[in-house]
Design a binder for this molecule. Structure first.
Ligand SMILES: [Zn+2]
Length: 180
């Protein structure tokens, strides 16, 4: 069904469909947990390679999630090296998350190290409703030209192939490995 339900019957159908989707997700989660458990218990016995490994054919969603995770680790670690552990934005609270200057919804700049800093959760949350303040802060730091260049890059349509994603995962892994 597309669009908002107009009648009670449509509303009931939408509710039913939502409940079914929820049930499906629950089932998938349980299935995944069972696989993870099985692979753990087999650690000392015959190893059944049930969990996908990097390099094998991973679903694209998994590749993106892995890259997000490793990029976030990289940014937070770099932040801690820069400040000793305090938020790169407010300098008060500890670094907890990876903050994006230009929305991470723009894939072209989602994994660009110049588009991210390690921040506390407070700053990261505040940015969602005080975009202007953080944009101005960024301009103070890097200058208007550089900010506009980043925004222009963010607006470009960039297609990352699975190989591109894997390459970036390996790149940030290597960067992390340098001092961990
Ligand atoms: Zn902060």
């Amino acid at each position: 069904m597309i669009g908002k339900p107009k009648t009670l019957r449509e509303f009931m159908q939408a509710q039913q469909a939502a409940a079914e989707r929820k049930q499906k997700r629950k089932f998938k989660k349980r299935e995944f947990e069972a696989i993870a458990k099985a692979s753990k218990t087999n650690r000392n016995g015959p190893r059944t390679n049930v969990l996908p490994k990097i390099g094998s054919v991973l679903p694209r969603k998994t590749l993106v999630a892995r890259l997000d995770a490793i990029f976030s680790l990289f940014v937070r670690k770099r932040g801690k090296e820069r400040t000793g552990g305090t938020c790169e934005l407010c300098g008060k609270r500890p670094i907890e998350v990876c903050f994006h200057w230009v929305s991470r919804g723009d894939f072209a700049t989602r994994w660009d190290p110049s588009n991210a800093v390690g921040s506390c959760k407070g700053c990261n949350f505040e940015e969602t409703f005080r975009k202007r303040k953080y944009r101005d802060m960024h301009i103070d730091l890097i200058g208007l030209d550089a900010r506009e260049a980043l925004e222009a890059k963010a607006r470009t349509i960039t297609h990352f192939t699975d190989a591109d994603l894997r390459e970036r995962i390996e790149f940030f892994k290597a960067e992390l490995g340098k001092s961990i």
